[in-house]
Write a protein that binds this ligand. Structure first.
Ligand code: DGL
Length: 280
């Protein structure tokens, strides 16, 4: 990782996703921690990440995170499970430690896996995620560390991100793919009582999911979980907290069309946004 611009003045907290999904996490973070400045970047030009190789997801994520550091962020949240599964560890262990001042990245998988074993009563958990996240086995590995007795079942849902990105999450077409993947997952164990939405795009499908899910199943989405953990992290890491500026300002960037982003982001974020273009 090479930064053209390095500064130790405080900057916004970065929130990164391959597209719009990270806005579902961002919304909760802002609700809990409104005092900070934030910079959101959606790599809409290259979404979806979920079908791409380890190397490609790492390369794309590193490129975006590098831009966010250069734009003043010292802390970037990968609000994307696929990037958290495939790029976070390498960036944390190999790239950021070489930089002369503090630059940090945090992901969304760890906070979720620390909690999920406390929610299940049966000890059987289902993970709905992208093909890349499922193949990485990150959820299985992380949950084992915290809750060795919990059994984890997974289902990759490759059509769900395209449905969400194309604003088709409420359509009849979405019914087929939602039912298909829920059925595939739940038929792996009749005892599954907790499902994790292991992709930040999936909360947009929550109404469809509730429609087809048996009522005894708890659905966990990550926004609140990640926001809680970030609040706790900033309290414990004052050396990073002082590098986060506090004017309550929000800046949005996309690598694709600004008009599209402005039009669609409100669906995820709950407010209209005015974003800027980042050329990669
Ligand atoms: N929202 C992302 C995630 O949480 C990525 C979806 C994608 O780009 O495939 O995995």
């Amino acid at each position: 990782m090479h930064l053209n611009h390095i500064s130790d003045t405080p900057g916004p907290i970065g929130i990164f996703d391959s597209g719009y999904g990270g806005l579902t996490v961002f919304k909760e973070i802002v609700r809990q921690l409104p005092q900070y400045d934030y910079l959101y970047l959606g790599d809409n030009a290259r979404v979806p990440y979920g079908i791409r190789s380890f190397d490609t997801v790492y390369r794309y994520t590193l490129e975006c995170v590098t831009h966010m550091f250069e734009m003043g962020c010292h802390l970037v949240i990968l609000a994307c499970n696929t990037a958290s599964a495939k790029a976070l560890r390498t960036i944390q262990e190999r790239d950021t430690p070489k930089l002369p001042i503090i630059y940090k990245t945090l992901g969304v998988i760890r906070p979720t896996t620390e909690l999920v074993g406390k929610v299940t009563r049966s000890g059987h958990i289902g993970i709905l995620a992208t093909t890349g996240t499922v193949a990485s086995q990150s959820y299985i590995i992380e949950i084992k560390k915290f809750f060795p007795d919990v059994q984890v079942f997974q289902e990759a849902c490759p059509m769900w991100v395209p449905l969400v990105e194309n604003n088709e999450f409420g359509s009849e077409g979405a019914d087929y793919f939602v039912q298909k993947h829920l059925h595939n997952l739940l038929s792996q164990s009749p005892d599954i009582d907790t499902l994790v939405l292991g992709c930040t795009h999936y909360p947009l499908l929550i109404h469809k999911l509730m429609q087809f899910l048996p009522p005894h199943i708890t659905l966990l989405s990550q926004g609140e979980i990640v926001a809680d953990r970030l609040a706790d992290y900033l309290q414990r890491h004052t050396e990073i907290e002082v590098l986060c500026s506090k004017n309550g300002q929000h800046t949005f960037y996309t690598t694709e069309s600004v008009e599209d982003f402005n039009q669609k982001a409100g669906i995820y974020y709950g407010k209209t946004v005015s974003c800027r273009h980042l050329a990669l």
